[in-house]
Design a protein around this ligand. Structure first.
Ligand code: ZN
Length: 160
């Protein structure tokens, strides 16, 4: 069957950035299983696979707007070292949960300076054009219960 909204899709993918650096891949592991049209994966990729069938291979380029969004400079800020009491060794790449007016938000340490720690609240893939090499492995109808929950059950999905 063809992929449409509410189809359960199994696919292998390799994600690279514009510099050709591999960021993520399902190769050598179980394929990614998700419910199409239910915001289980980023919009740009979900749209590109509509109408595809098992065995199809495609390359999808996803602009930041259809991926993880643009980089927002206001989410990058320097905070005093005192805010990290109890953390022995702050290093670039560490992630913390920060309290913001909008609730808890993950932030990444992007710099450690004498007068403070640079934190970035953007998604690590924000502002990046994403290149997906995709192979559709399987397409099936979703169960009523899966549609109700908005995610896939069973192998590769939720068990509950
Ligand atoms: Zn469920």
């Amino acid at each position: 069957m063809q992929i449409s909204e509410n189809a359960v899709v199994s696919m292998h993918y390799t994600l690279t950035d514009d510099q050709g650096q591999q960021l993520d891949s399902s190769i050598g592991q179980e394929p990614l299983v998700f419910l199409s049209g239910a915001q289980n994966i980023i919009d740009g990729l979900d749209k590109a696979i509509q109408g595809k069938v098992a065995g199809d291979k495609l390359n999808v380029e996803v602009a930041p707007a259809d991926g993880y969004g643009e980089v927002h400079q206001e989410l990058i800020q320097k905070v005093p070292h005192e805010n990290f009491q109890g953390v022995d060794d702050i290093q670039v790449g560490m992630q913390f949960m920060a309290q913001t007016p909008g609730g808890q938000q993950p932030v990444t340490v992007i710099g450690v300076e004498e007068d403070g720690v640079m934190l970035d609240g953007n998604h690590p893939l924000a502002g990046k054009t994403l290149n997906f090499d995709v192979e559709i492995v399987d397409v099936r109808e979703a169960l009523a219960e899966e549609l109700e929950h908005g995610h896939v059950h069973g192998e590769g999905g939720h068990h509950h």
